[in-house]
Design a protein. Structure first.
Length: 329
């Protein structure tokens, strides 16, 4: 099972509810993608199916394992009382379906009418509940309104505001916030102790406190990309050679990760530039900041051409080059 980084408040809230004997039947795990919500759901599910009824005994940690035989089934992905609803591969291919279908929800609901075969709890993990078709969301809502006994729902949501208000109202919400910078640095250093601390801090900063994004950045050459962006920023890129190279590097679906890396790095570069420049010269920096954010929003929404976004971000940086570079253009 993957390690859950941070989120001590969410751990305590769930464990305290279990100890109280009044464990809510549905939990909405809300926060940005990559925060560890699915890892928390897996951890909470393992806790429930390896322990007794809510309030039975004193358990110090959500990581504690009760019944070891049940835990081995969980770790092998074979525990009969943990059910997953998620997008599945379509037509036996690699691409996932765009949504969780109503048929998947119906299969899950039929299983809820069966008696428990092992332990005291049945746990349904929906990852992500945002992916449900409209009919599936309505079917899930009916189940949340009249939940079977000894059944608990863990609903992972990256965009809780888009859910049916009636689904949100049936759940207790746990919000997963970005981690603190030093917590991220310590975790990344433990994960990759041979990595230079300058790179560790650059990755932590670019991740925005999101562990999933940090893991993706570990596989990217952050320092090399930062140097390319700095070259545009300091030289102004006369002749557009550096901007064209950047556009090629981040263009196309296969280079989406590189484009996201650029989007993550540039705000930090602009913030550093703003700190270095006199107050009277902050206006152009802030203007380019807004321009970069607009391009980032287009990219995130998917209505973008990666090469075009990369070139436009390069333009933003080139505009802020020292005057000698500007005149050279």
């Amino acid at each position: 099972m993957a390690e859950l980084i941070g989120h001590d408040g969410a751990r305590r809230a769930f464990l305290d509810a279990w100890h109280s004997g009044r464990l809510h039947h549905a939990w909405l795990l809300a926060g940005p993608q990559g925060m560890g919500k699915a890892v928390f759901a897996a951890l909470a599910a393992r806790f429930l199916v390896t322990h007794g009824p809510a309030g039975s005994g004193s358990v110090p940690s959500l990581d504690a394992v009760g019944d070891e035989a049940a835990a081995r089934l969980v770790d092998a992905g074979n525990h009969p009382e943990i059910l997953h609803l998620t997008r599945i591969a379509k037509d036996k291919g690699k691409d996932l379906a765009r949504s969780i279908s109503i048929d998947q929800v119906r299969v899950m609901i039929r299983k809820l009418h069966l008696s428990l075969s092992l332990g005291h709890w049945r746990v349904i993990i929906v990852d992500a509940v945002d992916d449900l078709e409209n009919d599936g969301a309505n079917a899930l809502l009916k189940t949340l309104e009249e939940p079977p006994a000894q059944t608990l729902f863990l609903l992972v949501s990256h965009s809780p505001g888009r859910l049916l208000p009636t689904i949100r109202s049936r759940c207790r919400t746990l919000r997963f916030q970005p981690l603190e910078m030093e917590q991220m640095v310590g975790w990344l250093h433990d994960l990759r102790p041979m990595l230079d601390m300058t790179d560790v801090r650059a990755i932590a900063a670019a991740s925005g406190g999101v562990p999933g994004k940090a893991l993706a950045l570990l596989d990217s050459d952050v320092s090399a990309m930062e140097k390319k962006l700095l070259a545009i920023l300091t030289s102004g890129d006369p002749g557009n050679r550096l901007r064209e190279a950047l556009a090629r590097e981040v263009g196309g679906a296969s280079n989406r990760a590189r484009l996201e890396l650029v989007i993550d790095i540039v705000p930090g570069l602009l913030a550093r530039l703003a700190r270095e420049r006199p107050i009277a010269e902050l206006g152009p920096v802030l203007a380019q900041w807004d321009r970069v954010q607009r391009n980032a929003r287009d990219a995130i929404r998917g209505s973008y051409d990666g090469a075009m976004v990369g070139f436009e971000i390069g333009n933003c940086l080139a505009e802020l080059a020292p005057r000698e570079g500007a005149s050279a253009r």
